[in-house]
Design a protein around this ligand. Structure first.
Ligand SMILES: [Zn+2]
Length: 510
């Protein structure tokens, strides 16, 4: 009897042992998540299993084990956010952990924006291969960079056909290195001097590669509708997807026109033009002070007055940095004008003139930037809600605008929770699945078996941006753990100093 009991006991132990050894094993299991898969649907409870850099299982993993187990405690588990318009790669190799991006849940940045890119892209990718960083990086090829290589200092003019042909060769070189397509920054030098035809000819170069066009359009204020017409025409004639960067209506007399703009986009889409947009969640922008003068008539007091009446008010222009007189940083134009006993229009003209003088004296570019409030909240909300608008930051790691550290968390905290502009699943879709689709990125942006394990756990109750104009580098709240390609890169408000980011090259759409 006793022998029999021992035998049965051993048999049970054996079965338990066998079932233990058959228990499925993963490198990582995230347990008890509220999974937002990035496609915009309702979230669901579940676990995620990761092997190496890939999502291997989604569902119930209560019988499985892993080397690394993370309990999400019912918090949100989402695909890592994709920033489709990022300047975070400035000074990249000295900031390989990219905490500005990771701390707001961003795992992929798309650079080469506003017409400025690392040229040639192949050299940049070689460097990135040798010295990887914490996030994935894809890039466009920048028109301003290419135009500058061909025209140099003689750029304040239309280019000749011969010069355009030379630009095409440089662009092709970048496309072969894996650029996503052509980016333009047509409010900036030297691109502002280009003809529509120059841009169209270059856009056509990227078409056979399956490339796309992304643009800081020629005007976000005075000549807005013409600029919109230009990008729609490029989509139509070059037959490539086109995306309006950081879409905005940045002049008082076009406020309230978001519906008309979206009707234009919808009409274009009905005709087969693949036009989309990205947006950052702030009513104030950040750029060079000179961008205020599209006709480059920096001495024209009438123009300065128009700017200060129609585009941004003297109280609403804050100097982010001003190397000529660093103590002016953080002050607004009205305050500075008062200090110098001048009218705001006169002061604006003088601030610019002093930059030119400083540059002549010092033989290099003067550091300067402004933050200016030019957009209305009502327009921002409507543009954000358009089904073809994804979220971007337009931010940088060392910048003075809080978007560099707070854009994505501000959407979740302010526009989802407080303003209810978007539902949580819509917002996440606009940061992940939609962004991947609009950039042509495969196997990222969704929680799906076989996709790369770029993931973020965040607390939907507490997620919020903390960065402000006064403290632009303050880390967001609520972002708990971030994975890039299966490796934890951010937890407990710190980076892990691991660098699993990959280069993302343009992918075929077939
Ligand atoms: Zn821009």
């Amino acid at each position: 009897m006793r022998k029999k009991f021992i035998l049965i006991h051993c048999l049970i132990a054996g079965i338990v042992l066998i079932s233990c050894s058959q228990k499925e094993k993963f490198d990582t299991i995230i347990r008890n998540g509220m999974i937002y898969d990035g496609n915009g649907g309702e979230p669901f409870k579940g676990d995620v299993g990761i092997n190496a850099d890939t999502i291997a299982f989604i569902g119930n993993l209560s019988n499985a084990s892993a080397k690394n187990e993370v309990d999400a405690n019912g918090k949100a588990v989402a695909p890592g956010f994709i920033d489709t318009h990022s300047h975070h790669a400035g000074n990249l190799f000295n900031r390989r952990d990219l905490i500005a991006a990771l701390s707001q849940g961003i795992t992929t940045i798309i650079i080469g924006q506003d017409g400025g890119s690392n040229f040639p892209l192949s050299d940049f990718y070689k460097k990135l291969n040798d010295s990887a960083v914490a996030v994935n990086i894809g890039s466009y090829s920048g028109h301003n960079t290419i135009r500058d290589s061909i025209l140099g200092k003689d750029y304040k003019r239309i280019s000749t056909q011969d010069e355009i042909e030379k630009m095409k060769l440089l662009l092709k070189q970048d496309m072969e290195a894996g650029a996503f397509g052509l980016s333009t920054g047509l409010e900036y030098d030297p691109g502002i001097y280009s003809s529509n035809d120059e841009i169209l000819q270059l856009a056509k170069v990227v078409a056979p590669y399956g490339g796309r066009y992304i643009s800081h359009i020629r005007s976000e204020d005075r000549y807005f509708w013409k600029a919109i017409d230009e990008i729609i025409t490029i989509g139509k004639e070059a037959k490539i997807p086109v995306q309006v960067s950081h879409i905005k209506l940045a002049m008082h007399n076009i406020w309230g026109k978001a519906d008309s703009l979206l009707a234009l986009f919808e009409a274009a889409r009905k005709k087969g033009i693949d036009i989309t947009a990205d947006i950052y969640p702030y009513a104030f922008w950040n750029s060079t002070i000179k961008v205020l003068f599209p006709n480059r008539n920096f001495n024209d007091e009438k123009e300065a007055e128009l700017i200060l009446n129609e585009i941004t008010l003297p109280n609403d222009i804050i100097l982010g940095s001003y190397e000529v007189k660093p103590e002016y940083a953080g002050k607004n134009l009205a305050e500075i004008a008062k200090l110098e006993n001048k009218t705001p229009a006169r002061m604006l003209i003088e601030l610019i003139a002093r930059i030119d003088e400083w540059e002549k004296e010092n033989g290099r570019d003067c550091q300067e930037n402004i933050m200016a409030t030019s957009m209305s909240e009502a327009d921002i909300k409507k543009l954000m809600q358009w089904p073809h608008t994804n979220i971007c930051s337009d931010g940088s790691s060392g910048g003075t605008h809080p978007r560099g550290y707070g854009a994505f968390t501000r959407v979740l905290g302010n526009y989802v929770k407080k303003e209810k502009t978007l539902s949580m699943q819509q917002a996440i879709h606009k940061m992940t699945g939609l962004s991947a689709q609009q950039m042509g990125i495969k196997k990222r942006g969704s929680i799906k078996v076989g996709y790369y394990a770029d993931l973020v756990i965040f607390n939907p109750e507490t997620v919020s941006d903390e960065a402000t104009v006064a403290e632009p580098h303050k880390l967001s709240d609520g972002i708990e753990t971030v994975w890039v390609n299966g490796t934890i890169v951010f937890e407990n408000k710190k980076t892990t100093e691991l660098y699993p980011g990959k280069i993302i090259k343009r992918q075929s759409q077939n």
